[in-house]
Design a protein around this ligand. Structure first.
Ligand SMILES: Nc1nc2c(c(=O)[nH]1)N[C@H]1C(S)=C(S)[C@@H](COP(=O)(O)OP(=O)(O)OC[C@H]3O[C@@H](n4cnc5c(=O)[nH]c(N)nc54)[C@H](O)[C@@H]3O)O[C@H]1N2
Ligand SMILES: Nc1nc2c(c(=O)[nH]1)N[C@H]1C(S)=C(S)[C@@H](COP(=O)(O)OP(=O)(O)OC[C@H]3O[C@@H](n4cnc5c(=O)[nH]c(N)nc54)[C@H](O)[C@@H]3O)O[C@H]1N2
Ligand code: SF4
Ligand SMILES: [Mo]
Length: 696
């Protein structure tokens, strides 16, 4: 029995685990056992229920083990050979490209892909397909935080330092995150902080498992965080708690923000948000008295049509308190997917080349084209963002084919029925996955991919620390790795350059392509990751120690200063009215992950969280004649779902919460509003207007 040290397949905490095999192999695959590793600081030796049961993903009964193809529009998906499947994809891509131009073929990636795969997918789109049409599910995730961090701090890296810094913090304000369910072992850092006298302030319309552990819980209406953060900053200034020396030495633009927040006096903010003035004052007191402090955001603050401005409002607060760029303090975003951080750095974003370079920057194009061995002019320009891409599928001038690697947009994209219609209008839908996800079941060609414990590569966790994923078992017969699939397609398309299927070789190329960019990995090697327990980017050379805390000396902006950005409260893109009088917000529960494609197939998790529900306040339910445990119909302007009612006095009585992990009748995204943030192009997953009542 041999143990392989690796990391959990799911979220951005990337808890460490050792996988060991019982049995002697053979036709029946070995049983894989999971043990937590305590040498991985982010998870502190902990695992949540998803991590503990992760090995069951390797043996789910309906695992895809052969390529599948539909031999006619309404024909069923049937097993075929790899040669047939790849031949069809390549031939169709060529045909559609010749007919409509290279942008006729689009690619949709995922933040769960390793760095190597994310890099290769971006290169595949630009070089093998020549298409500008590539984006990924990270657009639905932390793109607002990324945009706001970029414009304020000059760079987008989730946390400003090692997650263990939080334990020594004097206060953490967490807006719109519920790590007690979404990253349970992360709570150990916050518990330790509180044991040392630090205060936890949680901002959430629901009194979540996280909020219950907080010293102070602010419970605003969904979509009102900008007003709240501006109001907190107003108080910081009015009470003389702003850090004037820091503001003068390390920032620009404070004057305009001071003027903007003038209009957010406490009583007005209470009227907008519902948060009582004394609680706002208390939040400011807790933050300002702490020597070291953090302001953090999760998806609750970010997934809004004004998500970028919302994050800016919280960064302004952090800057006024003098936090970013001080050791053990700062602003951070809690990145979500396993490689949510690395997945946004290497080129699967519509506007991006590897190293977090801009695709419209001539110097970046020249550098990357040099590494790829192609003419810079042959590289396409920026493409459409995720939701705009999905909305354009099969429309005149839009892509006619889509290749999906690592996402299940039929369940996870906003206004899912419209997305379903667009997927149905394609000439060719190709999905690489290891399970028949809802999207894979709709594909014309489904390609069986190897999964986490069957492949190696690197993942970048929420700290910006690059980690090794290691292969513990071989993939089942008939299954290929994503790198093998991409390499085979590139070869069939006659793509120039190297298309290695060896992760180590792809990583070496990624380091060269990203060298000199904001996310510079060029000094990071597999050997160093091994020896040092992970390396923080940026790391521009092999003798560079890596950068756990990037902003200590200066911010990576042209003048080295952080930038205040004035922002105004707008409210939800779709506010409540007489016809749709209740706010809907959506999010997660502990035992299910994302679209549920993986976790719904793990028996212990399916049992712990068997189906969708609407969490609502008993007072609201009483007004609407809804019974606890009864079926309730929830309707928005875009669709309707039927789910079970779950009473809770922990939610505001003007808001219902539905988790988005299920397909079918209870698919939360049938309701959600695809209104997009003007900067990040993030959809407004976290608030729309609904009406509800007992299902008849
Ligand atoms: N169990 C589990 N864990 C996961 C995942 C999963 O699917 N399941 N997914 C991973 C991924 S990809 C991500 S992105 C992270 C997400 O991690 P989180 O951000 O913690 O998760 P969410 O539940 O989407 O949203 C957090 C909270 O935002 C609150 N909220 C809703 N509207 C608002 C609002 O307008 N303002 C504020 N301040 N709060 C609001 C919700 O009530 C919710 O409690 O989790 C990761 N971990
Ligand atoms: N209403 C609502 N909707 C949301 C959100 C919300 O809070 N509310 N949150 C949004 C957020 S933050 C996110 S991140 C998205 C996530 O939503 P999705 O992008 O749908 O995420 P997953 O369910 O993780 O889908 C990943 C799919 O790819 C497969 N897969 C996993 N790893 C690999 C791999 O390495 N290779 C291949 N080929 N396949 C792989 C899995 O089996 C699964 O089918 O959902 C968004 N949608
Ligand atoms: S917290 Fe995230 S990384 Fe850790 S075990 Fe749970 S799902 Fe896996
Ligand atoms: Mo996410």
């Amino acid at each position: 029995m041999m143990g392989t040290p690796t990391h959990c397949p799911y979220c951005a905490l990337q808890c460490g685990m050792t996988l060991s095999r019982d049995g002697a192999g053979g036709a029946a695959r070995d049983t894989v056992r999971v043990e937590p590793r305590d040498d991985v600081p982010a998870g502190r030796g902990g695992l949540c229920q998803k991590g503990w049961t992760a090995a069951e993903l390797l043996t789910v009964p309906d695992r895809l083990t052969a390529p599948m193809m539909r031999r006619g529009r309404d024909a069923p998906l049937e097993p075929c050979t790899w040669d047939e499947a790849l031949g069809r994809v390549a031939a169709e891509a060529e045909r559609l490209g010749a007919l409509h131009g290279p942008d006729a073929v689009a690619v949709f990636g995922g933040g769960g892909l390793t760095n190597e795969k994310a890099y290769q997918l971006g290169k595949f789109a630009r070089v093998a397909l020549g298409t500008s049409q590539i984006d990924y599910n990270g657009r639905f995730c932390m793109s607002s935080a990324a945009a706001a961090s970029g414009r304020a701090l000059g760079m987008d890296r989730g946390l400003p330092g090692p997650v263990t810094d939080l334990a020594a913090s004097g206060a953490v304000l967490l807006a719109g995150g519920n790590p007690a369910e979404t990253m349970p072992p992360f709570m150990r850092h916050l518990t330790e902080m509180r044991a040392g006298g630090g205060a936890l302030v949680v901002v959430d319309p629901r009194r979540t498992a996280t909020a219950r552990q907080a010293d102070l819980h602010l419970q605003p209406a969904p979509g009102t965080d900008i007003a709240l953060a501006n109001g907190l900053l107003h108080l910081v200034i009015a009470e003389g708690r702003a850090d004037g020396d820091y503001i003068a030495a390390r920032t620009t633009g404070f004057g305009a923000v001071r003027t903007a927040v003038n209009a957010y006096w406490p009583e007005r903010v209470e009227r907008i948000t519902g948060v009582p003035v004394p609680l706002m004052r208390e939040a400011v007191r807790l933050l300002a008295r702490a020597g070291r402090a953090h302001v953090l955001t999760g998806r609750g603050a970010e997934q809004h049509a004004r998500g970028t401005d919302t994050v800016s409002a919280f960064i302004n607060l952090a800057l006024a308190l003098g936090l970013p760029g001080r050791a053990g303090s700062g602003y951070g975003c809690l990145t979500g997917q396993g490689n949510g951080q690395g997945g946004r750095e290497h080129g699967q974003k519509a506007d991006q080349l590897p190293g977090y370079r801009r695709i419209d920057d001539p110097a970046a194009r020249a550098h990357v084209a040099g590494v790829w061995g192609v003419d810079p002019d042959s590289l396409p320009g920026p493409g459409r963002s995720a939701q705009e891409l999905l909305s354009a599928l099969g429309t005149p001038g839009g892509p006619k084919a889509l290749l999906v690697f690592g996402s299940n947009p039929l369940v996870s994209a906003p206004r899912a029925a419209a997305v379903e219609e667009r997927l149905g209008a394609l000439d060719l839908l190709v999905v690489a996955d290891f399970v028949p996800s809802e999207t894979a079941r709709r594909a014309d060609v489904a390609l069986p991919a190897a999964q986490w414990a069957e492949e190696s590569g690197t993942m970048t966790n929420l700290e910006g620390r690059v980690l090794r994923r290691r292969r513990a078992v071989p993939p089942p017969d008939g299954v290929r790795t994503d790198l093998e699939i991409i390499g085979a397609l590139a070869a069939r398309l006659g793509a120039p350059g190297e298309w290695s299927t060896d992760p180590a070789e792809v990583f070496a190329e990624l380091r060269r392509a990203g060298a000199g960019g904001a996310a510079d990995y060029s000094g990071i090697t597999y050997e160093r990751i091994e020896a040092e327990g992970g390396v923080f980017w940026p790391c521009p050379s092999q003798d560079h120690p890596g950068t756990p805390r990037p902003y200590l000396d200066r911010f990576p902006t042209p003048d080295g200063r952080a930038r205040f950005v004035p922002v105004e409260h707008h409210g939800p893109a779709e506010d409540v009215d007489a016809g749709y009088p209740v706010y809907l917000t959506t999010g997660r529960v502990l035992a299910q992950y994302q679209s549920g494609a993986q976790t719904r197939r793990v028996p212990a998790l399916a049992e712990a969280a068997p189906g969708p529900f609407a969490e609502l306040h008993p007072d609201l339910a009483a007004r609407l004649g809804i019974e606890d445990g009864g079926e309730v119909r929830v309707e928005s302007r875009r669709g309707a779902v039927t789910v079970r009612a779950r009473f809770s006095d922990a939610i505001r009585d003007d808001t219902v919460f539905i988790p988005f992990h299920w397909a079918g009748e209870g698919r939360a995204n049938l309701l959600t509003n695809p209104a997009l943030d003007p900067v990040s192009r993030m959809p407004e997953f976290k608030v729309c207007a609904v009406r509800l009542g007992p299902a008849r």
